[in-house]
Ligand binder design. Structure first.
Ligand SMILES: [Ca+2]
Length: 488
């Protein structure tokens, strides 16, 4: 510097430039070094809202309940399509179905080329995250479409740094694992039973393997140099309702309630004939609609499978806390839709009733206020994407259909910001607002009919005669105007 000054050079512009450069570098460096939060996204398959934390006392979910005490549990979270593949498509795309191609189980596989780099995991990957998917996050376990390990097309290419199912588990293919019976036995479609209780360890069934693998990966991620997005996808309580016997032993059939109107009376709904349960599985001792003992057995088995997956989630969360990862990680626990156990005369999902559309959503981030308080706001699975970008401090792609849930996370009393929509087919759509659910049946020409449920005095919803509530129907059906593809 002295030498330059002796030469009598005018250093002011040079110094200013240098100073500006140094300041800019420091600022960039500071931003770059600010650690982004990691994301642990735990998906559970076909779990309805039968949680102790939501006041359901006959199902044991101690680990989910414990987590909810440290998080925000949403009591009215709704998915967009009551089936595995399209529900996950809406979540990962951050959008409601925009045409019929987003309704079947192959929705992701068939449309992903249009998503560009805007799937939830790809977006985080492009923002510096390592993205991992274990088990069932997209529709196909391990992210590979088709029934086999090899030569299957990748379901969501470019989204994950690693996507896999537990490699040394005894089931031969990911599909075998998805509907797995004990110790590697695959489902024999139409023949295998609806439930199974094998007297063995948690690894008798696939979710025990998923939990063990998830814990191993969390241990590795402790040393990660970049933030990570880790999707852990469990398979239960999806059919078959299979779990180690010790989880069945926690239940007494006499404690399992069977609603009067679901079993003793003919089905009030003609939506479907519970085909997934009655046709994909066999050895039914009777029709659960009329056979009360079988109805109790199925409900007990679903509860046992729920308690089993609850225990696997608990193992992962225990390890997560033990490793200190909770200090800088956002955790989301989500189920892709609910499941009717006789409600509305249905044993299964695949309907637009409350029981199929409502599922657990629990979110925690470090330092959150008022953990343990439940939000009763109406929220949708499409809200998860913008919530995660918001909490992680990265940009959000334009055109997502959901809203960040940060307001409800910061204050559980913040109300809903929009209705929840759900889709079954182009002609069957539903809207849920605070007090009502309306289901609309239509074809290309006209409205064929409505189903209306009133939640003002009954949280399960009371079926009402639409003809007696013309003003409510008019107000609710106006909401469908925001869905232009339905009326084209
Ligand atoms: Ca599912």
């Amino acid at each position: 510097m002295g030498y330059l000054m002796k030469k009598g050079w005018n250093l002011t512009p040079l110094l200013s430039l240098l100073l500006a450069f140094l300041l800019f570098s420091c600022k960039e460096k500071a931003v770059a070094e600010e650690p982004r939060p990691n994301i642990l996204f735990i998906s559970i398959d076909d779990l309805n809202n039968d949680l102790g934390a939501l006041g359901v006392d006959y199902v044991h979910t101690p680990h989910l309940d414990h987590f909810a005490e440290h998080a925000r549990l949403f009591s009215r979270h709704y998915i967009q399509v009551p089936s595995c593949g399209p529900a996950r498509a809406a979540l990962l795309r951050g959008k409601r179905p925009t045409d019929e191609r987003f309704l079947p189980n192959r929705a992701i596989l068939n449309t992903h080329e249009e998503w560009g780099n805007e799937s939830l995991p790809r977006w985080f990957r492009d923002h510096g995250y390592r993205t991992l998917s274990l088990g069932k996050i997209t529709h196909y376990p391990g992210g590979m479409a088709g029934d086999g390990w090899a030569e299957a097309p990748e379901e969501l290419p470019g989204a994950w740094d690693r996507v896999w199912v537990p490699e040394n588990a005894p089931w031969e293919t990911p599909e075998d694992m998805m509907h797995g019976y004990a110790n590697g036995v695959p489902r024999d479609r139409g023949v295998s039973p609806t439930w199974e209780a094998y007297d063995g360890p948690d690894t008798s069934y696939p979710d025990g393997w998923v939990a063990d693998d998830a814990i191993r990966v969390l241990e590795e991620l402790m040393d990660a140099n970049e933030p990570w997005f880790f999707g852990v996808g469990f398979f239960k309580p999806h059919l078959p309702f299979a779990a180690p016997k010790k989880y069945f032993d926690m239940y007494d059939p006499h404690d399992i309630p069977v609603p009067e109107d679901t079993v003793r009376h003919p089905a009030p709904s003609s939506w479907h004939a519970s085909g997934e349960m009655m046709n994909n599985y066999g050895q039914h001792p009777g029709n659960p609609q009329t056979d009360e003992a079988y109805a109790r057995q199925l409900r007990l088995a679903y509860a046992a499978a729920t308690t089993y997956v609850d225990a696997q989630v608990g193992k992962v969360l225990d390890a997560f806390v033990r490793l200190g990862l909770d200090e800088n990680t956002i955790v989301v626990i989500w189920s892709d839709h609910g499941f009717a156990l006789g409600h509305q005369g249905i044993w299964g999902k695949h309907s637009l009733y409350e029981i199929a559309l409502k599922s657990p959503l629990i979110i925690r981030y470090p330092g959150m206020d008022r953990p343990g308080e439940v939000s009763d706001a109406i929220v949708e699975a499409i809200d998860i994407y913008p919530t995660l970008t918001d909490l992680a401090g990265i940009s959000t792609p334009a055109g997502l259909h959901g809203n960040s849930l940060r307001p409800q996370l910061e204050d559980p009393l913040v109300p809903s910001t929009k209705p929840a929509f759900a889709f079954f087919s182009r002609g069957q759509t539903s809207v849920r607002v605070n007090d009502w659910r309306l289901i609309m049946h239509r074809d290309d020409e006209e409205i064929l009919g409505y189903e209306l449920f009133d939640f003002r005095e009954n949280p399960e919803g009371l079926r009402m005669n639409p003809d007696e509530h013309p003003t409510v129907i008019e107000e609710l059906s106006d909401h469908f105007n925001v869905l232009p593809w339905l009326s084209r």
